[in-house]
Design a protein around this ligand. Structure first.
Ligand code: F6R
Length: 360
């Protein structure tokens, strides 16, 4: 049951320190800088030349996060919407690895794309939460995210675990194909092992509830981020619209000036996510919105320069740029939750939505 929580969604948001600890348990060795993914020992991905990640909804945002982590690690990778794959799949060759990212392992669109990739001769892998699911049975290999059951229709803890497992997988693939892991694992892995405890402190703050209350009567809610902050901006907006029924959009920070700025008014708060990747540029993009009267809410560490510029601040711990967006995401989950709660929405079962979409 929900225990002390009013909603499964809130319970699942607060479970993230535990679900993440479970995800990485036995899979990283922070001291030696080693990653051990049970079915994928060193050498498994030798010969992989390109990666296609296929997924829908929130899992697509995790897939995008993973594709960017792969790109940063020097691997050719693209995230693709599974429901578009049948029409626009890029060519598959004998160096292609296709990764289906699906919490339930039962999403029809994702299963169709997986089957199409298999028929085209690709090696396939699924990153899923559900043991025995169709995706787990049909893919060549499976990486379980071990998040535990997720009851709330809005995916929360599974997104964090998907993104973390894809980050580790990216390093594993890079090590096999480039000979060595390009990221500084001696910084990433200790930061990752600190993440569950740091998440506990994030969850103990009331920043998100305060911000949700302050901007409750706005017309639209915008989310911007750059690099790994971009999928987090998309996910922040998806969660917000799903459970509050208010209009929300996520943009790459630099895209704001290419059109969306026309929508910006004092009635459209802009949540700006800072991950350490070209933060100066994101800050400039946020200031362009601020000049048009929009309140800017900076999501960044306490000592970040954006704090002075922004109208409001939501704190995240200082960490590796590969993980910062995941802390921001947890704060944004809380903003959405509190905003929806104030509006008295049926948070665990938003109208028109189902936990698992088994039709095309
Ligand atoms: C959003 C949400 C959906 C799912 C999507 C894919 O909160 O839950 O967007 O992420 O339907 O579901 P899975 O991951 O089960 O394939």
């Amino acid at each position: 049951g929900k225990g002390e929580y009013d909603h499964f969604m809130l319970k699942e948001i607060y479970e993230q320190p535990t679900s993440l600890a479970q995800a990485i348990e036995g899979r990283i060795d922070p001291e030696d800088g080693r990653i051990a993914l049970e079915d994928f020992p060193p050498g498994t991905f030798e010969g992989v030349g390109n990666v296609q990640l296929i997924a829908c909804g929130t899992s697509y945002h995790a897939a995008l996060y993973g594709s960017l982590a792969l790109n940063q690690a020097g691997i050719r990778a693209t995230a693709l919407l599974a429901n578009e794959y049948s029409v626009t799949a890029p060519p598959v060759d004998d160096e292609t690895l296709v990764i289906a990212v699906t919490q339930s392992g039962e999403t029809a669109d994702t299963l169709n794309a997986l089957r199409q990739a298999t028929a085209a001769g690709a090696d396939t892998l699924t990153v899923t939460n559900v043991v025995g699911s169709t995706a787990a049975r049909e893919a060549d290999d499976t990486l379980f995210i071990r998040a535990g059951p997720e009851i709330g229709v809005a995916a929360t803890k599974t997104f964090s675990s998907q993104a973390v497992m894809l980050t580790l997988l990216a390093q594993r693939i890079a090590a096999d194909t480039c000979g060595e892991s390009p990221a500084d694992l001696t910084s990433l892995l200790p930061d990752l092992s600190r993440m569950p405890a740091q998440l506990e402190s994030v969850l103990a703050t009331d920043d998100a509830a305060r911000i949700a209350d302050r901007y409750r009567d706005s017309r639209s809610y915008f989310f911007i981020g750059r690099g790994l902050g971009y999928p987090v901006a998309l996910e922040g907006a998806l969660k917000f619209k799903e459970i509050t029924y208010e209009h929300a959009e996520g943009f790459a920070s630099g895209e704001l000036k290419h059109g969306p700025l026309a929508l910006v008014t004092p009635n459209t708060p802009v949540f700006a996510i800072f991950t350490g990747d070209e933060d100066e540029k994101t800050l400039k993009n946020a200031e362009e919105a601020q000049t048009r009267g929009a309140p800017v809410i900076a999501i960044c560490p306490d000592d970040h320069r954006a704090v002075e510029v922004a109208d409001q601040h939501i704190a995240i711990p200082a960490t590796d740029s590969e993980l910062a967006g995941l802390f921001a995401n947890v704060q944004l989950q809380l903003v959405s939750y509190h905003a929806a709660n104030q509006l008295d929405r049926p948070i665990d079962k938003p109208r028109n939505l189902a936990k698992s979409v088994t039709v095309e």
